[in-house]
Ligand binder design. Structure first.
Ligand code: ADP
Length: 434
């Protein structure tokens, strides 16, 4: 009789940058022995959902033998977050005769070239019905949901798979940004996870312990360093809905109705909890008294404080405020029970810049003459947003090298060119010295 393979319980850990988007699961040698798998084999990973991944060895410096390192998308596919337990067992994948995909939040023009391009990118990856997968197209990621596979179970796409892509897209309101999208800011992310993710995911813990979670957190630092990004990541990884308020906009566009609008957003956030309310440029709503502090501001600040006070009974709505000018924020907002935790989100150092470069060149065809570490040492003073736009510009420069004449707005790029394109160091230098 065949031995029934026992599933193994492991704890989810964050993936390395180089594994993102590759459906890899790094596990240690003991786990491999137990599961009777070797690198390259496929495993089934069961959290609140079930998905699959390719076994990959852990790095030598891995400290935790019970950890399985998977990227944000795989975590989503298996229905688990960092530190959650999942069960794992070996599976065999079948060849996919047919696979249907539906774009998520994007509509596309589907023709044979596009379908072939996507098929090429997905070739060899194990997939299963209900999974979401991303395909990088010129540095932008496009998400698809696997809506059907034939046969059922874990399958692999190859050249002869009949791939069909729906022209209709599904809409998913939940923001989808994972921890692996954030470069640098390791300590900030770690601390924020505890005070944001924990109460949003396990409000019962706080009720049980009789402690009040923080309901407001202030992020401050220069523009483009990742405050908004962090808010999105926190919402996404805590499976919370995100409601955004732009300070100057709510003060001006809704002039006279600002307080009503605030109440409406807070109510919606409560009704759809767990939620994160993100208030960008909060200094516009609650400026310091010396600066333009009229009756309107006073009323709006009072309303905001009242709304925040109303949140403290349960930990499932958290307000994140962001500002480039922390000194311009009304001190009343920074008292206990309000925005009583603060994080400085500053310009990245060299290590941070390297991680950000890795993130924004992910999926780009980078030529061998580029050493990202060397490049990061040359980008002193660049913010995350600067690095992102540098990568994009470099990609555009490379397109211009291949296709000096083409009108990118109207003409289609031939697929041979798309497949053979590479971004070189000279493209980065051209982009830097504009
Ligand atoms: P802020 O809110 O601080 O002004 P954003 O979060 O809006 O900055 O940053 C703009 C974009 O720049 C982000 O969407 C992201 O693509 C990129 N970016 C900024 N900081 C980082 C970072 N630390 N890691 C990766 N990308 C970043």
């Amino acid at each position: 009789m065949a031995r029934k393979e026992e599933p193994l319980q492991m704890r989810i850990g964050e993936a390395k940058q180089r594994d993102v988007g590759k459906k890899r699961a790094r596990i240690g040698p003991e786990a491999m022995d137990f599961l009777r798998v070797t690198p390259g084999d496929i495993i089934e990973v069961m959290g609140s959902r079930t998905s699959c991944a390719v076994v990959w060895p852990v790095d030598e410096d891995e400290k935790f033998p019970d950890i399985i390192r998977i990227d944000g998308q795989t975590r989503k596919n298996v229905g688990g977050s960092l530190n959650d337990f999942v069960k794992i067992r070996k599976v065999t994948s079948k060849f996919a005769k047919a696979v249907s995909l539906t774009p998520v939040n994007d509509s596309v023009t589907v023709d044979k070239e596009f379908t072939d391009f996507v098929k090429n990118r997905l070739k060899g990856l194990p997939i299963t019905h209900g999974d979401e997968i991303s395909v990088m197209i010129l540095g932008n990621s496009m998400d698809f949901k696997i809506t059907k596979t034939s046969p059922k179970g874990v399958v692999k796409i190859d050249r002869s798979t009949n791939l069909s892509i729906s022209t209709e897209s599904t809409v998913d309101r939940k923001v989808r940004v994972t921890y692996e999208e954030v470069g640098g800011l390791r300590n900030e992310v770690k601390a924020m996870r505890e005070i944001v993710e924990l109460p949003l995911k396990h409000p019962e813990l706080f009720t049980r312990l009789g402690i009040e979670p923080h309901s407001g957190i202030l992020l401050y630092g220069p523009p483009g360093c990742g405050k908004t990004l962090l808010a999105k990541v926190m919402a996404s990884e805590s499976e919370a809905n995100m409601f955004s308020i732009n300070g100057p906009e709510i003060m001006n566009k809704y002039y006279g109705e600002t307080e009503a609008k605030l109440r409406e957003i807070f109510k919606e956030a409560k009704d759809n909890s767990p939620s994160i309310i993100f208030i960008d440029e909060i200094d516009a709503i609650a400026p310091k008294r010396e600066e333009a502090y009229g009756d309107v501001e006073k009323r709006v600040v009072a309303q905001l404080l009242a709304l925040m006070d109303g949140l403290t009974d349960r930990g499932n709505v958290i307000v994140l405020g962001a500002t480039n000018r922390p000194d311009s924020v009304d001190p009343a907002l920074r008292r206990p029970g309000r925005f009583d935790r603060e994080f400085e989100i500053s310009v990245p150092n060299e290590d941070g810049r390297l991680e950000i470069l890795e993130i924004h060149t992910r999926g780009m065809p980078i030529s061998d003459d580029i050493d990202l570490k060397d490049l990061s040492s040359e980008l002193h003073g660049y913010t995350g947003a600067d690095i992102k736009s540098l990568c994009r510009e470099a990609a555009l420069k490379s397109i211009r090298r291949y296709l000096p004449e083409i009108d990118l707005e109207t003409e289609k790029i031939p697929s041979e060119v798309l497949q053979s394109m590479q971004i070189k160091l000279v493209d980065f230098y051209d982009a830097m010295h504009e």
